[in-house]
Design a protein around this ligand. Structure first.
Ligand code: C5P
Length: 402
């Protein structure tokens, strides 16, 4: 029932898998969805506008400069009316254009203009799929919030074998239903504050002290909390990551700035301190670049930074739940338990950041979750999955308190 009365805009790209789109349209219509189709010029080499329009009950749109179509329903309206845009088959060319914001035809113009979720079903030769350029475009599309379905592995029309086959219509339907299904928002009405990334502590105008944190885990946690309906504020040190969608991001450089930004955001119901805050900053910051002297090294005097997690845990506006992180390279659980007590936070998420684990900067994490009355070992999983599970656990905790 999820697709009932939903408006789907299907962008058909120019690949042999385009023939599967006829079946896709039929199955979308069977489920009560209205389907409009934009065909790229190349798509017309694989399926005909006549077959498409026979199945959709609407003309197939293809030309940005076709005045009859444009007067009847403008290209912006095509984009605006959609609850979901599906790109199938998403060719390497179409993915490259969308990843770079090109808008030279009706398909790419609508894709640039739409604010609806965009589901991409790639289909191409395995070598084209594995090409560095395609993978780079794919990463960009993911960062821009586009959702991927497939590709599957198997025999290809070109005689090769490997990933690059477009997902089957029913797999695309399942992905579309997943996107459009009403979302549970158990954290609605709660404010979550998340710290993430490293801090940079200046030495002089050009140098700083920092650590290797990528910010990925903290960003994923903020996104997961926002996805469950929380009003979410991410206070981030310098990272290479873009601002996540659906929440407020505050960028800071130093630990002192991070603490100030966090205090500005209090009161909050939940604080999750995932930032790898530098423990020290340089006392007596040099106004000019420190010059090398023959045979000498500058003696930097370090002073302690504020402990943000500890400060929040003892704050007059203390959140009901404070979650800290313990990144250790040995005695993980013992150190983490001691840290929980020392900081005064409620839960602590411990992870082993020894270089051989690949956790620092990587996409996976394996964590221990320590609460006042439980100790859980979570299997290694994507940082986004750790984030999702943590957000769910927080939601259950608050449900139990009501
Ligand atoms: O003391 P340590 O850095 O190992 O503690 C890690 C936990 O404390 C993390 O949750 C981190 O975000 C937080 N922390 C902090 N401010 C600091 C140092 C650590 O919030 N200055």
């Amino acid at each position: 029932m999820t697709l009932q009365n939903k408006n789907i805009l299907l962008v058909i790209g120019g690949g042999i898998a385009a023939y599967k789109c006829l079946d896709l349209i039929r199955r979308l219509r069977e489920r009560g969805a209205g389907v409009r189709v934009i065909m790229t010029a190349a798509a017309g080499e694989f399926v005909t506008p006549l077959s498409v329009s026979a199945l959709t009950g609407e003309p197939a749109f293809s030309d940005l400069f076709n005045l009859t179509d444009e007067a009847r329903i403008g290209h912006i309206e095509l984009a605006r009316a959609a609850d979901l845009v599906i790109v199938a088959p998403a060719t390497a060319d179409l993915m490259a254009k969308v990843a770079n914001g090109l808008a030279g035809d009706l398909a790419t113009t609508a894709l640039l203009a739409t604010t609806a979720p965009v589901l991409i079903a790639p289909a191409m030769n395995v070598r084209m799929w594995e090409a560095v350029t395609t993978q780079r475009n794919l990463a960009q599309l993911g960062q821009d919030g586009k959702i991927l379905v497939g590709p599957n592995s198997g025999d290809m029309a070109c005689g090769e074998f490997g990933p690059g086959r477009m997902s089957e219509p029913m797999e695309i339907i399942a992905a579309a239903e997943d996107i459009l299904a009403p979302k549970e928002t158990p954290l609605a009405g709660h404010k979550v504050l998340v710290t993430a990334g490293p801090t940079h502590e200046p030495v002089d105008p050009v140098r700083y002290l920092a650590n290797r944190s990528s910010g990925k885990q903290g960003y994923a946690i903020a996104s997961a909390c926002a996805a469950l309906g929380a009003e979410t504020v991410l206070v981030s040190g310098p990272t290479n990551l873009g601002d996540p969608k659906g929440l407020k991001t505050v960028r800071v450089e130093t630990a002192v700035e991070m603490l100030a930004a966090c205090e500005t955001e209090l009161p909050a119901d939940i604080a999750i301190c995932a930032a790898a805050v530098a423990d020290w900053r340089v006392d007596g910051l040099a106004n000019q670049k420190i010059k090398k002297k023959n045979g000498g090294v500058p003696g930097l005097k370090l002073i302690e930074n504020p402990d943000i997690c500890k400060t929040i845990s003892h704050h007059a506006k203390r959140p009901a739940l404070v979650v800290g992180f313990a990144a250790e390279t040995e005695n993980l659980i013992d150190y983490a338990k001691a840290k929980r007590a020392k900081k005064g936070c409620d839960w602590i998420i411990a992870n082993d950041v020894s270089p051989e684990t690949g956790i620092m900067g990587g996409d996976n994490n394996s964590v221990y979750v320590i609460t006042p009355d439980s100790e859980e070992t979570w299997p290694s999983m994507a940082k986004s999955a750790v984030a999702g599970q943590l957000a769910q656990k927080i939601a259950e905790h608050f449900k139990g308190m009501q």
